[in-house]
Design a protein around this ligand. Structure first.
Ligand code: PLP
Length: 394
């Protein structure tokens, strides 16, 4: 049987990491893999996470199973963080999942179970896993226009024109904040327009929020999602603790469904649990236990918020530094988009050849579509990157 298998395609981002590791040049720079790094180039464990781990080590008495939905205290904490104060708060249900990846898959399976003819509309371009996960569940995937390669901003007009055609058999997948890969986020008026379209034409919004706190602030980053949760009848949410809590390897996230009423949401939750049972059965506990320890303790919550704010401020300052280093060199504002982008990533709009040149001639590793991870940069290396970008653009 196994001999029937053709080899899998290599994951482009993971193979980039391997190539980076094997590159002997000391000036090399990893702007590929999407993890936060501090000024020492380290992906740190947050102090609030360390404190919570300590508490858990001292107080946890068992490693017995938790349950199909994971920890209900964690689930409630995620709902509070995202939806408190919205109309959807009283008519939602949440399930702990192995990362937002697990949530995306469970919600995709749920959509297929409810309505196999569903088409999921995703941004062009989108997070590399959106299409394969939705398709693996049997759903049809289509792209809607999103990023304008010339302005490096969202093409709002084209996006809304496409979404105005979506109807009751469609699900529109939106990035809650810090769009991956482009860094270009939709504006408040876009969220308002999408909200109106969803109500008028009956499509279901599905918000994937994997970087809360990395864009403009913990509350600000959930504003678009909350706007929808206030008015639409149905909505799906995938949320991640990988970045916001730095818990990448602990695989911590949640799937949240908002229904017309609580009963509908609880019914959907029951079906997700059944789907989870047939997939991984139960989510891993440790990351969720850490998050719930933090979010149910005022002092730890304050500490976590401060640490996350520091991480965001570092990214914002790197964005400002890089964009001014580039305008000093070009004498114009063509790189100002780097300042207006949100979160860790920016798509620079370079060709495949230019991305290869960055790697071959300067040891700078960016993803093939010219996505760079701003958090992979340090203050001291801004000039090096700026010089390289000018050199490959000539
Ligand atoms: C937009 C988006 N959604 C979901 C995920 C998956 O995150 P997790 O590590 O929680 O599975 C990522 C991770 O890069 C992402 O960028």
């Amino acid at each position: 049987m196994l001999d029937l298998l053709t080899p899998a395609q290599q994951d482009p981002i993971l193979s980039l990491s391997i190539a980076f590791r094997e590159d002997p040049r000391t000036e090399k720079m990893d702007l590929g893999i999407g993890v936060y790094k501090d000024s020492q180039g380290i992906t740190p464990i947050m102090q609030a996470v360390k404190a919570a781990q300590q508490q858990l080590a001292e107080t946890q008495t068992t490693k017995s199973y938790v349950g199909l939905a994971g920890s209900e205290v964690f689930n409630q904490s995620m709902v509070d963080l995202l939806l408190k104060g919205t109309d959807g708060y009283s008519r939602c249900a949440a399930v702990q999942t192995p990362g937002a990846s697990g949530a995306l898959r469970m919600l995709a399976d749920l959509m297929y179970l409810a309505k196999p003819i569903t088409t999921v509309w995703i941004t062009n371009p989108s997070y590399v896993n959106h299409k394969p996960v939705m398709e693996a569940a049997g759903l049809t995937v289509k792209y809607y226009p999103y990023f304008d390669m010339t302005t490096k901003q969202v093409d709002g007009e084209a996006m809304l024109a496409a979404l105005s055609k979506a109807g009751p058999d469609d699900v529109v997948l939106l990035h809650g904040c810090c769009h991956n890969p482009t860094g270009a986020d939709i504006r408040h008026e876009h969220w308002e327009a999408i909200n109106e379209l969803a109500q008028k034409n009956g499509f279901t919004p599905f918000v994937d929020i994997a970087y809360q706190g990395f864009g403009s602030g913990i509350e600000e980053d959930a504003a678009g999602l909350r706007l929808l949760a206030d008015s639409v009848e149905e909505m799906l949410i995938a949320t991640s603790c990988s970045k916001s809590f730095g818990l990448y390897r602990e695989r911590t996230g949640a799937a949240i469904v908002i229904g017309k009423n609580k009963e509908e949401a609880m019914n959907a939750k029951g079906r997700i649990l059944q789907l989870a049972r047939a997939t991984y059965t139960m989510p891993p506990d440790h990351g969720a236990a850490i998050v719930q320890t933090i979010l149910t303790d005022d002092a730890l919550t304050t500490q976590w918020r401060e640490e996350l704010n520091t991480m965001r401020n570092r990214i914002v300052s790197l964005r400002e530094g890089l964009s001014s280093a580039l305008s000093a060199r070009t004498g114009d504002n063509r790189y100002d988009f780097i300042k207006s982008h949100k979160g860790m990533f920016s798509v620079l709009g370079l060709s495949v050849e230019q991305v290869a040149k960055l790697r071959d001639e300067f040891g700078i590793y960016a993803v093939g579509d010219s996505r760079i991870n701003i958090a992979g940069l340090t203050e001291a290396r801004i000039d090096y990157l700026a010089d390289a970008l000018i050199a490959i653009s000539e």
